[in-house]
Design a protein around this ligand. Structure first.
Ligand code: FBP
Length: 549
């Protein structure tokens, strides 16, 4: 297979490991844990995995481990570094006992249920070290939620002699991993389940998980592109670039990119919701900055728009929730309709008056996009809603009106972009390459010591990798009860942008200046070789969050 010059050099990169994982390892039990909320409910639902202690690693001595086979599953959207988690698991298992084997389930959790797998040999692993993507075994969004699926998993584990499964996924996949761990313990299957925190969205984090892997690389890729666009904008001085950034509900990616590039505008969905802003208020905010810059003769700029914005504008949130329910209730009749216009009429007639009125005011392409297929959780696929285009049109309309009133003098020409898939499979930055490999290695140690219901955790990430603190966190510790599809369920709490957090506060203290002044930063491409100050820096979000800790 032909590979690029960079890939060739990068294949020999040896990811850095925390000191505690470099030699023989022993486990140190910390204090017993509790869930972050709803302790009695979570305890009742997880009698076997609730209250387990936090685990850290210390230097140990040589120990004999029996042979064991392990299975790995990639779940959900791609995130840079997944291949390094797998190579970390592989190397860690071989260190425990060279006879250990690693199997990869193909195409995500579905491969576990349908018994699609390959053995991951040293030759396969070597081909994928330090590369982006999840193509080594593929990923998928099948949810592991039914006992019939768990039982099918037991069958294949027994057939292959698999004693542990590692599920690499986001908050929902790790919630399901914990339910699976509990089920396998209750049924005495002898199969352990360990999770690893993945998602470019950055919304799987807490006191014990400082960041989800992939966030670092993806944000660096988007920031490079935004920086390039800013240079173009500042050279040509004729376009306003509206850039939608992935991240589903959370605005962490937008916030991090704003911190890296000092874009003129960055909308934070969580703030829009907290301030109960209307769509018109968001549009007015953007148009005001466009007008102020125009008054200084600068008819150009950049505006970062979080992917999930539309769901955080209170009136639209109600509309979307009604759409989700109505489409689910009338699924057959809705799907039988031919044109988008018919679908729009059919659904509009079933909405509350307020929501129907709001729906009618939206541009037609957005109306139709809101009626498109739902994701497996029944939610609208925000990556498919062209919010950035809608905002360009609405800002243009507003500026036209202001021009008539003499409130605006300038030219507005919008360019739209959506950055998401461009960054999800990039070659992992040194941070993600090291972090992911360490997470995988950690998972193998937890497996070797018989642990289940834990998530691999690597902390102190602002320090050099040798000083990182590796260990395990009981997944139940991160859980609370939330309403999902009308029922209360135990779930890992999603981490959205907090308005009293240091990254947001820093951004809020600077944004008025960045809006008007042209004070762009051009981060340039990710560097894999060179000085550590350029190559090994974690995200600004992580540095701000860990400041003083
Ligand atoms: P995960 O939560 O599974 O990590 O996926 C993240 C994400 O990239 C979101 O940012 C985005 O909204 C979604 O996946 C897109 O999903 P798909 O790949 O199915 O189009």
């Amino acid at each position: 297979m032909a590979i690029s010059a960079l890939q060739k050099e990068r294949a020999s990169y040896a990811p850095k490991l925390p000191k505690s994982l470099q030699g023989y390892v022993t486990l140190v039990d910390g204090a017993a844990t509790q869930s972050i909320a709803d302790q009695a409910d979570i305890k009742a639902l997880f009698p076997n995995t609730y209250g387990m202690p936090l685990i850290t690693f210390a230097e140990g001595s040589k120990k004999d481990y029996p042979t064991m086979n392990v299975g790995v599953i990639l779940s959900g959207g791609q995130a840079p570094g997944g291949h390094n988690v797998i190579s970390g698991i592989f190397d860690g298992l071989k260190k425990l006992n060279p006879a250990n084997k690693l199997y990869g389930f193909l195409g995500g959790p579905g491969g576990f249920v349908d018994h699609q797998y390959i053995e991951l040999t040293a030759a396969i692993i070597d081909e994928y070290r330090n590369t982006g993507g999840f193509d080594i075994i593929g990923s998928g969004r099948t949810k592991l939620e039914e006992t019939a699926q768990y039982d099918k998993g037991v069958e294949i584990c027994n057939k292959l002699g698999i004693k542990a499964i590692v599920i690499i996924g986001g908050d929902d996949s790790n919630t399901n991993a914990c339910v699976l761990a509990e089920y396998y313990l209750a049924k005495n299957t002898g199969i352990q389940v360990i999770g690893a925190p993945k998602t470019i969205d950055g919304d799987l984090k807490n006191e014990m998980i400082e960041t989800s892997f992939g966030f670092d690389t993806a944000c660096k890729v988007y920031s490079e592109l935004i920086g390039n666009i800013q240079r173009d904008a500042n050279s040509a001085k004729k376009y306003w670039h509206f850039i939608k950034l992935m991240g589903r509900s959370a605005s962490h990616i937008g916030l991090e990119c704003a911190l890296q590039t000092q874009a003129n505008i960055c909308i934070i969905s969580e703030e829009v919701e907290a301030k109960k802003q209307t769509l018109d208020e968001v549009v007015t905010y953007i148009a005001t900055i466009v007008a102020k810059r125009a008054a200084n003769g600068e008819n150009f700029g950049t505006a970062l728009i979080p992917e999930g914005l539309i769901e955080f504008i209170p009136s639209l949130k109600v509309l979307i929730s009604e759409l989700n329910d109505t489409m689910a209730h009338h699924e057959a009749a809705f799907n039988a309709l031919g044109s988008d216009a018919e679908k729009f009429q059919f659904i509009s007639a079933k909405l509350s008056k307020t929501s129907a009125d709001i729906f009618a005011t939206l541009p037609q392409n957005i109306q139709f996009q809101l009626l498109a297929d739902r994701d497996p959780h029944g939610n609208v696929q925000v990556s498919k809603i062209e919010t950035e285009k809608m905002l360009i049109d609405m800002v243009a309309e507003k500026l036209k009106a202001w021009k008539k009133e003499g409130k605006y003098v300038g030219k507005f020409s919008g360019q739209n972009h959506f950055f998401g898939y461009e960054g999800r499979c990039a070659a992992p930055s040194n941070f993600d390459a090291d972090y992911c490999y360490s997470l995988g290695f950690t998972a193998s140690v937890l497996i070797g010591e018989g642990k289940s219901g834990y998530m691999a955790s690597v902390r102190n990430c602002k320090a050099p990798a040798s000083e990182w603190i590796a260990g395990g966190v009981p997944v139940t510790m991160m859980m609370n009860m939330e309403k999902r599809h009308g029922h209360m369920k135990p779930v890992i709490q999603k981490a959205l942008v907090t308005l009293d957090g240091k990254p947001f506060k820093f951004f809020a203290s600077k944004r008025d200046e960045w809006a008007i002044k042209t004070d762009y930063i051009y981060p340039g491409p990710i560097q894999y070789f060179g000085p550590s100050s350029v190559c090994d820096q974690p995200t600004k979000t992580l540095l701000l969050e860990q400041e003083g800790k």
